[in-house]
Design a protein around this ligand. Structure first.
Ligand SMILES: [Zn+2]
Length: 259
């Protein structure tokens, strides 16, 4: 799949060879400077063939080879894999007080503790079935499908909150997704977002070995500026949660509010 800039739709691309890993091409938009993967896999392949559970195992093998001395599982990978157990703390849970919350890319649907009413969208068939069962028991449900289409099945202003934790970097259509989320969110609702921080100091120091690079799972590489700009275009204002430490943080953590 060939892809134009997800922010401005320009097909003018400047290759970033130092960050690419054949056959995966990381590029910078020649018009707006957004950094993204130019040749991601299709949605259809993600349903089973390239599902997270499978892909992450291949990626771990690459990292072992690539970083034999400094190699360690990132917290994100550990959380996704579940094989090493799952941290019980929900550090973002204080963000949402109550009501209906949508977890985009919800996995097994374990991220939203009571009293929140959990809803999800999940592209992996297997995981979405597990999540749907768990969420229905608590008044919610999980939709199987890609995020952009899944979000369309909800009514306007249905949700009190949306969780976009470690998801937007995987989404080939991040702007349409944010626009869709704006529609289904109540006027005073919020989106909690966490994505790898391409503007982090660590990325500059580590280069291609930076933990934020995942081939081909991460298809968008947001800086604070490019995330804020995209949020703005979708009708949100962005507020950093980790403002004090973001320069040295591998992740951007932010709250989006409707403008
Ligand atoms: Zn662009």
């Amino acid at each position: 799949m060939r892809r134009a800039c997800p922010y401005c739709q320009s097909s003018h691309q400047v290759g970033l060879d130092e960050y690419s890993l054949s056959p995966w091409r990381i590029v910078r938009c020649g018009e707006c400077s957004f950094v993204y993967l130019a040749n991601p896999v299709d949605y259809a392949d993600l349903v089973e063939d390239q599902a997270w559970e499978t892909n992450v195992l291949k990626e771990i093998e690459r990292r072992k080879t690539d970083r034999p001395f400094s190699y360690r599982l990132s917290q994100l990978t550990r959380r996704r894999l579940k094989i090493l157990g799952r941290p019980k703390s929900h550090r973002f849970s204080g963000v949402f007080k109550s009501g209906r919350i949508l977890d985009v890319g919800c996995g097994k649907g374990e991220n939203l503790p009571p009293p929140l009413v959990p809803f999800g969208v999940e592209i992996s068939k297997n995981l979405s079935q597990i999540a749907d069962k768990a969420m229905r028991a608590r008044g919610g449900l999980c939709i199987h499908g890609n995020a952009v289409d899944g979000v369309k099945s909800f009514d306007s202003q249905f949700f009190d909150g949306v969780l976009l934790r470690s998801f937007l970097e995987h989404e080939t259509k991040p702007l349409p997704l944010l626009i869709g989320l704006n529609r289904i969110l109540k006027t005073d609702g919020i989106v909690y977002i966490r994505v790898p921080n391409f503007s982090s100091l660590n990325r500059r120091v580590m280069g291609r070995k930076w933990c934020g690079f995942r081939y081909p799972d991460h298809v968008n590489y947001f800086s604070m500026k490019s995330l804020s700009r995209m949020a703005d275009k979708a009708g949100f204002r962005m507020r950093l949660v980790n403002r004090a430490t973001v320069v040295v943080d591998d992740n951007i953590k932010a709250i989006l509010e409707k403008t």
